[in-house]
Write a protein that binds this ligand. Structure first.
Ligand SMILES: CC(C)(COP(=O)(O)OP(=O)(O)OC[C@H]1O[C@@H](n2cnc3c(N)ncnc32)[C@H](O)[C@@H]1OP(=O)(O)O)[C@@H](O)C(=O)NCCC(=O)NCCS
Length: 180
């Protein structure tokens, strides 16, 4: 494991332009060019967890507030975005340390639900930490009404702090780019 990864948490507003640029650069590299400006839009505006080694950023994740509709309620949700570890520092527990910090914000931040859209390679990381796969149908509350996001079914993981029915419907709020 990483030698007791030193995790810093900070709101976007506390980060300098240079620190934000370092995060964007890490994400562009880690997602191998598959990280869009919309993905960046989803990354900012909440709390970041940052891991530095030798003065360089090697791990990141952020938690932004969204509302997810479920069983007639609008759940205050901490949505995990942009979890990434520099390629040469993987499988040493850095992402686990990032998630631990974000889960602390979730737990202490009055959220009712944690949620995220998992990349296949990250599923063991989340499941190993107790995140549960959403089994029911997913949708988005688009400007013209609720639209199914069938391609996302099975890829959404949650950490609930209130009773939820994992087989029920889950609807996310609208935003540019990927809904989930
Ligand atoms: C997915 C990702 C964030 C994981 O980061 P990481 O720092 O390697 O993750 P961790 O080391 O905390 O844990 C991941 C795995 O490594 C294992 N691991 C941790 N320390 C280890 C060690 N010393 N030796 C071997 N395995 C170890 C964990 O148990 C876990 O294993 P598993 O997947 O078989 O269960 C990273 O691979 C990445 O940035 N990928 C590209 C971007 C991406 O897909 N992000 C996820 C978006 S949802």
């Amino acid at each position: 494991m990483a030698a007791m990864a030193d995790v810093r948490t900070a709101h976007t507003s506390e980060l300098s332009p240079a620190e934000l640029a370092a995060i964007r650069s890490l994400l562009d590299d880690a997602f191998e060019g598959d990280f869009s400006d919309d993905d960046w839009d989803h990354t900012v505006g909440g709390m970041h967890a940052l891991v530095h080694e030798d003065g360089e950023l090697v791990g990141h994740g952020s938690l932004v507030q969204r509302r997810l509709l479920h069983a007639g309620r609008a759940l205050r949700t901490g949505y995990v975005e942009a979890v990434a570890v520099r390629a040469d520092r993987r499988r040493r527990g850095v992402a686990s340390a990032v998630m631990e910090a974000l889960e602390r914000v979730l737990r202490d931040g009055c959220y009712e639900l944690g949620a995220l859209g998992a990349a296949d390679e990250a599923v063991p990381l989340y499941e190993g930490r107790g995140w549960r796969q959403w089994q029911g149908p997913t949708s988005v509350l688009a400007p013209a009404g609720i639209e199914r996001t069938a391609e996302e079914d099975g890829g959404i993981y949650v950490l609930p702090y209130v009773a939820v029915d994992l087989d029920g419907e889950l609807v996310c709020d609208w935003r540019p780019g990927d809904a989930w």
